[in-house]
Design a protein around this ligand. Structure first.
Ligand code: ZN
Length: 136
């Protein structure tokens, strides 16, 4: 089964918890036991799994990426000025795969699936959710 989540983002960089939206797609799929792949179809965004309970972790991650990858010093900046967004996206990666158990994401206590906007704001970010497994 395949479904899509379309997101609007409101900041240059932000993390958006998409766990509830993925959970409702899994519920609809009726897959009891299997695998869920979450894929951001963009070159300046990413999908990560991390804690969201303390929102400072999200801000710390973005600050760490800013320290690691400065803006405005790369070859691609001569094209459209967003090389740092592309590099951060490549470091984090476009997808995560999560096990499904009892028709739910089998995440750890503090884990949440988050969309990382790295070159916003944008109004048409597409996330593809692919679910395979045994139904009930
Ligand atoms: Zn670019």
């Amino acid at each position: 089964m395949r479904d899509e989540i379309i997101l609007s983002t409101s900041k240059k960089q932000e993390l958006i918890d998409i766990t509830p939206r993925i959970s409702s797609i899994i519920k609809k799929s009726k897959v009891e036991s299997g695998i869920c792949n979450v894929f951001a179809a963009h070159a300046t965004a990413a999908i990560i799994i991390n804690e969201n309970y303390d929102p400072n972790i999200c801000l710390d991650l973005l600050d760490a990426l800013d320290k690691l990858v400065p803006s405005g010093v790369w070859r691609h900046d001569r094209i459209d000025g967003n090389a740092d967004s592309h590099i951060k996206s490549a470091i984090l990666g476009p997808s995560e795969t999560i096990p499904i158990r009892n028709n739910k994401l089998d995440l750890g206590r503090w884990q949440a699936v988050q969309f990382c906007e790295l070159d916003g704001p944008r109004h048409d970010r597409k996330i593809i959710v692919t679910i395979t497994g045994d139904g009930y």
